[in-house]
Ligand binder design. Structure first.
Ligand SMILES: [Zn+2]
Length: 196
């Protein structure tokens, strides 16, 4: 039995997850869903916090570690974890060239809650895409970010550098040329993740 990755985790699945009654395959599928769904991830952590009555012997070392990692990610996420989350949740841009030269795209300008992170993407008249990522987290200086296409064979690794004007910020800037875009399938979208 396989579940749809988009489906939220049910109460029953949460319980069976905690008591380890799920198949390895289904566990992996729930993990995958939590990767893309912060709501279920948070609920999962809350669920663990509330379900202390489960017998200790049922908790394997591996499971305890998973919970500890989850807790850390939800309650005290590092700058990198928060940036990762921002990239995962906000990044969406069609990479392939527009069907018509008259298709002018609106720039993308998104800030995270609290404005610690930002993404700005615009397209110039020659169909060059300019991507800029900003983070008000100087500890991210030197981190490598991988920008890549959801389809086709395109990727670029760019290092976050300290902003010379405002030293509280780090940023990266990248241009994607028309020639690069011409080689990509129509449905290709731009994705980003840390490259560690
Ligand atoms: Zn969910």
């Amino acid at each position: 039995m396989t579940r749809n990755i988009q489906d939220h985790i049910t109460e029953d699945e949460f319980i069976r997850f905690v008591t380890e009654e799920l198949s390895k395959e289904l566990e992996i599928e729930l993990d995958r869903h939590m990767e893309i769904c912060p709501n279920c991830e948070e609920e999962f952590v809350n669920y663990y916090a509330a379900e202390k009555e489960f017998p200790a012997e049922k908790w394997e070392i591996e499971r305890a570690k998973l919970v500890a990692d989850l807790r850390k990610r939800v309650f005290a996420p590092s700058a990198l974890d928060r940036f990762r989350k921002f990239l995962r949740e906000t990044f969406f841009y069609q990479l392939a060239l527009p069907a018509s030269a008259f298709d002018t795209k609106q720039p993308v300008d998104i800030e995270s809650e609290g404005s610690a992170f930002g993404v700005y993407i615009e397209e110039d008249k020659d169909n060059v895409i300019i991507v800029r990522l900003d983070a008000k987290e100087t500890e991210l200086a030197g981190r490598k970010i991988r920008l890549y296409s959801s389809l086709g064979d395109w990727e670029r690794v760019v290092t976050l550098e300290r902003d010379k004007v405002d030293s509280d910020w780090v940023y990266l800037e990248l241009k994607i040329t028309r020639e690069e875009r011409e080689r990509l399938p129509r449905e290709a979208t731009l994705l980003a993740e840390d490259a560690e």
